[in-house]
Design a binder for this molecule. Sequence first.
Ligand SMILES: [Mg+2]
Length: 161
Amino acid sequence: MKRLLKPKIYLESVFMINIGILKKYNIKGIIIDIDNTLVPWGAKNINNRAYELISKLKNEGFRICILSNNTKKRVDEFNKDLNLPAVYNAGKPRKSAYKKALSLLQTDIVNTAVIGDQIFTDILGGNRLGLFTILVNPIDTKEFFGTRLVRILERLVLKRL
Ligand SMILES: [Mg+2]
């Protein structure tokens, strides 16, 4: 179980991502979470910072797919200017959601990374399939009540990894 919860890389923020490292690991595709990874939880629209990061990654040749447990409405709103392939109501850590993202990206398990802020959804799901998992700190502390409880568990797990 411990192996499945441990991210391959841990970053303080998604904005600190090192493109050189992604390239070193031959990453071609990126599956990315929205809430508290790219923008604060509940933020309606994308902001400049997140938009610029995605644009930079795209310009570097990475294929990017949104993978969110949030609703179609939320994902569409966020994605309207980016127009990325996206999976909503993903039910992470369900494997099928990641498989759907891989088929949209047309990349493989060995060259695809997952970026997210939650161990029990983003990271667990990615590790179950053998993807290159990147955990980031959540942007905002304000979030869904259930998630707040999960955070307490996450902190306990992180201490043990
Ligand atoms: Mg999240």
